[in-house]
Design a protein around this ligand. Structure first.
Ligand code: F6R
Ligand code: MG
Ligand code: MG
Length: 377
């Protein structure tokens, strides 16, 4: 057995530039400087999507390592100092607690980590999205690892033909469940078709039991009567040699699907695949967007990234996303453009209800009053 490598992607929104649209270069420089000083990492990259900073790191300490998590937390604290100095918007917003508790999960930042033995060649795609939620990966992960119309490898590659195991989180009940595909495909779909609640956390090969994909889906916390902690997500996918090819991993994004997020986290709109020149969601805090970074790992070294959606072949997807966006935007504050009441991140409902409290009358009573009136005539 060779030595195992851990790939950790830890992300947070430490303050927007301008509003919630982008990350100020000084924050990226600060994160770079902090990671450069760290002795535990084999390699690292600091990138952004919209207003989120992603720390992409390789090391040998395994997943959920308290020292690695603390280090990422400290990087975000340093970035927060700069964000506060520049008065960036929402400075430090994703650091939900004042004190680090040993594991960064549930404290605001998003985490996707996997540990594996590096193969002879280890191609990896890291997806990072802004203005949407972890359930946004459900449809693409399903297509990559379970849909033969997307991934022909499921049909014609003997190393993929047995299928994959999907681990799904119920974010409300804090439970997880595993499905073996293709035989449990219909069972899986009953759940992951509801991405606001059931999210694919990881996928494993049934041929090798190897980890193939991991998302930043994590337990939500019930705070002040509301669930918090669903945030702009990241996802790591290993590719090739018994796993979906890079082209099969990117293909689901050629047809932009609808995700929850956008303006005030309270809308539905298409997820647009973008290259690195289009990372800032400026229209109605959207379109929700995703970038795809390709790496070859070499003894833990992150060789890359290549900018995989910077390809004319995804122009049509971007055009379709803009067309869908135009249509949905025309619906304004009406569902299904606006999310159902219980799914919105913002709501003025309690205040409006309070104001109108005395004006609501029981419809039955109203009927009685009407009947009395009619009877009196
Ligand atoms: C979505 C998001 C933005 C903000 C919006 C309003 O996740 O972060 O769409 O919700 O810009 O921001 P506030 O309430 O801070 O003015
Ligand atoms: Mg923000
Ligand atoms: Mg964001």
């Amino acid at each position: 057995m060779g030595e195992k490598i851990t790939l950790s992607v830890i992300k947070a929104d430490i303050g927007g530039f301008v509003g919630h649209s982008s990350v100020h270069p000084q924050l990226l420089e600060t994160a770079e400087r902090c990671l450069a000083e760290n002795k535990q990492l084999i390699d690292y990259k600091v990138v952004n999507i919209g207003d989120d900073i992603d720390l992409i790191m390789t090391h040998k300490y395994g997943v959920d390592n308290p020292e690695i998590h603390r280090m990422a937390w400290d990087v975000f604290l340093e970035c927060t100092k700069v964000a506060k100095e520049l008065k960036l918007y929402g400075a430090g917003q994703d650091l939900l607690s004042d004190a680090f508790s040993g594991n960064i999960k549930g404290m605001g930042p998003g985490v996707a980590e996997m540990e594996f033995e590096e193969r002879k060649s280890e191609p990896i795609v890291i997806f990072a999205a802004d203005k949407t939620e972890p359930g946004a990966w459900n449809l693409p992960l399903y297509k990559m690892f379970a849909d033969p119309f997307n991934t022909i490898g499921l049909v014609i590659d003997p190393k993929m033909h047995k299928g994959f195991r999907f681990e799904v989180y119920d974010l409300i009940k804090n439970e997880k469940v595993e499905f073996s595909l293709p035989e449990e495909l219909y069972d899986l779909l009953v759940f992951i078709g509801a991405p606001g609640r059931y999210c694919i956390k990881s996928v494993r090969s049934k041929t090798t039991d190897e980890i193939a994909a991991v998302s930043s889906t994590q337990r939500m916390n019930l705070m002040a009567g509301r669930y918090v902690g669903k945030d702009d997500p990241v996802c790591i996918v290993r590719c090739q040699s018994g796993l979906p090819a890079v082209g099969e991993v990117l293909e689901p994004f050629a047809n932009p699907h609808l995700v929850a997020g956008w303006m005030r986290g309270s809308h539905v709109g298409p997820l647009m695949p973008v290259g690195k020149n289009d990372l800032a969601p400026t229209r109605f805090d959207g379109p929700a967007r995703v970038r795809a970074m390709g790496f070859q790992l070499s003894k833990g070294r992150l060789v890359g990234p290549t900018d995989l959606f910077d390809d004319v072949a995804f122009d049509k997807a971007r055009q379709t996303a803009n067309e869908i966006a135009n249509y949905l935007r025309s619906l304004g504050p009406f569902e299904p453009h606006r999310l159902p009441l219980e799914d919105m991140e913002y709501t003025s409902m309690p205040q409006v209800m309070k104001k109108l409290k005395n004006r609501f009358i029981k419809i039955d009573q109203d009927d009685e009053a009407m009947e009395a009136k009619i009877g009196a005539k």
